[in-house]
Ligand binder design. Sequence first.
Ligand code: PHE
Length: 473
Amino acid sequence: MSQVFHEIEKKIIKILQPNQILTIAEIHDKTGLESDQVRRGVEWLKLKNLAEVKEEINTYFHFENKGDESLQKGLPERRLVSEIKKGNFTFDELKSVLGSDFNAAIAFAKKNNWIEIFKENNKTLLKLTNNISESLEEQFLASCRNLTENEKIKKTKNFLPAIESLLKRPNFLSADEFKIQKISLNKQGKEINLEALSNLSGAIDVEAKVPEVFAARTHPLKDTIDEIREIFVTLGFSEIYGNLTQSSFWNFDALFTPQDHPARELQDTFFLDGISAKKIATPEQIRNVSESHKKNWRYHWDINEARKMVLRTHTTCVTIKHLAETKPDEARVFSLGRVFRNEKVSYKHLVEFNQIEGVVVGKDANLRNLMGIQREFYRRIGITKIKFWPTFFPYTEPSLQTMVYNERLGKWVELFGMGIFRPEVTKPLGITKPVLAWGGGIERIAMLKYGIDDVREFYNNNLSWLRSARKCQ
Ligand code: PHE
């Protein structure tokens, strides 16, 4: 079968056939092709087994501040010699002239065999030898002085010991390594008869591999959060915000969670050590909420317990605070954000995760509406197989949880908790219309979306997964 080459390939072959070994940049210069075209053409030729690419590392050097100084004023050991020639012989005199370079100057001057050190009348003196020829380092520096602006300092054999010695001196010289690819044709490549091919039209191999490009992207979890936010906004909800730290009053008491509830124990909740809120709510709110606890749970309600600050354990505190402040007759709001629970980290639990919380208030709002909204939300996120299961929360009645089917694992997993706020919650805060509320973990949803079995994967910074995670499902 006769081979078909693209114009790009032909140009590259033509340049390389006379035994050339060139870089991408050189091929670009000689052919006038764009660097990207050259790269692609080389990739095609490589796949056709006609070209070879060898990687080489080129080392260049640049001077740092001490190096620059020596380029201008001479190396410290040379400056030492000049000083001695001027008639300064004692350590003290030389030290005051050379400053911090003194020690290096002495060491290298000794090494070059330029000086002798001796004592006279209890003073340490220096004397020059007869052997003060230009050192290899100095020859190297001299060669660098002739470089034009854009020329780089290359690694050259003659100066290797000088370069190595200067690299060891602090702030003189640094090495920069550049990888370059050298491209050549192999035997078959060299044997291609371009003249004979000239009548064939070029065809593009649309299946040829191209280098992978990893563009910057947002984190998959962030994408999920944005997607959820967008769904709520398009469903006509507005976002509400709240603090990550809350008083126990709003995180628990206002939600009719008794003060001896297990969720309020140290092993479940992160308390801010020794921090209590001074003003937790209005006196009326505190009075009504405490009355509701006393009357319905029948125990001694302690305001100091309500003052204890916590890292919020759910976003429902944001919901209830908002409702207590606005007392709406009608509302559709949602909030998004981090919550914290003192749990043992595992494939399905993190101590810090994200929740979405939604609320609908309206005089006719009912359980059927609540389930309908869930179904619609899940449908929009791409989950269709769901069912509702009765459950318990201190603040809702009835309480449900959605179970969704994980096709991959072949089992039902629980997602959102929800319910209608109990009158014990709404009445003390002056909320008069039915409140539908629901909330749940965003990581759980992201796990379903991305087919992930271990929630920790979202925080591992595993580049290969981050790169491969699909932007759209
Ligand atoms: N706060 C509950 C949780 O964190 C979810 C929930 C929100 C339940 C609103 C009922 C009402 O799991």
